[in-house]
Design a binder for this molecule. Structure first.
Ligand code: CUA
Length: 273
């Protein structure tokens, strides 16, 4: 029985590792194509983590199978009581700690480059506001400044393009809000830094663009900045990655990456007259 169990453990382990390696190499089940300047670093970090964790999993399961085989019941001998081996335990804990702290530090560097650095001053500004259950995208218009918003003015019934105050409650008394553009579609120019200011109207949402390898919570009462540069034109999915209510699964929008000229044309067409 002990031998059978050990072989079963090894077979399941080998099968699992082989399946993961195969699905990563041969199928499209993993990430979509990466289209941002930081995505390479993110994917390298992910792959490194995956390999390290995979090797640890494999070695641990092989050792488990070995223990099951080696210490299986033979005849009717009595079981041995073991007090363990302090030295082995210390070594295992130290190795595990070093590996995980090293992964955390390298991962933190990639994360910090996105979240803690300022976007370049010429970045395109987009304010992204989550609400149950849709995304609003606001552009500051020619003056480069977002108009003030006021939660008392929220008007979800009127979300026609250019409407004031609309779903974001843009205060009509603030002149810098007059040329703000609000859209349900996010359009950005290719190869330009984009600075996103994340807000939420009601509960916590999470702005997730898999193709950009970008994911950040939007929290009511906070303005959270992240930035990215998209490197390939196309249409990409934006999902909400935080369970935010009954229709969370429907909270989806699209990011369209276009040429600079097409972006300006799109924005110009929506500018309030
Ligand atoms: Cu918003 Cu889930």
């Amino acid at each position: 029985m002990g031998r059978f169990l050990a072989i079963l453990i090894w077979l399941v382990t080998g099968g699992t590792v082989a399946f993961f390696a195969w699905s990563k190499a041969k199928t499209g089940w993993w990430f979509p194509e990466a289209i941002s300047t930081h995505a390479g670093a993110m994917d390298r970090q992910f792959n490194l983590t995956w390999v390290v964790v995979g090797v640890a999993f494999f070695l641990a399961q092989v050792a488990l199978g070995f223990a099951v085989w080696r210490f299986r019941a033979k005849g009717d001998e009595r079981a041995n009581y073991s007090e363990g081996n302090t030295r082995t335990e210390m070594i295992l804990v130290a190795v595990t700690a070093i590996v995980f702290i090293a992964l955390a530090i390298t991962g933190q560097r990639v994360w910090a480059s996105l979240h803690l650095n300022q976007a370049p001053p010429d970045a395109i500004q987009v304010e992204v506001t989550g609400q149950q259950f849709l995304w609003n995208f606001r552009y500051p218009g020619l003056d480069g400044r977002f108009g003030m918003t006021n939660p008392m003015l929220y008007n979800d019934a009127d979300n026609s393009i250019g409407s004031r105050p609309g779903p974001l409650g843009i205060d009509p008394r603030d002149p810098s809000g007059k040329d703000d553009v609000v859209s349900g579609l996010m359009v950005v120019p290719v190869n330009r830094p984009i600075n996103v200011t994340l807000r939420a109207k009601d509960v916590t949402h999470d702005f997730f663009v898999p193709a950009l390898r970008l994911k950040q919570d939007a929290v009511p009462g906070l303005k959270i900045n992240i930035h990215f540069t998209a490197t390939k034109e196309g249409r990409y999915e934006i999902a909400c990655a935080e369970l935010c209510g009954q229709l969370h699964h429907q909270m989806r929008a699209y990011l369209e990456v276009r040429s600079q000229a097409e972006f300006e044309k799109w924005l110009g067409e929506r500018a309030p007259k």
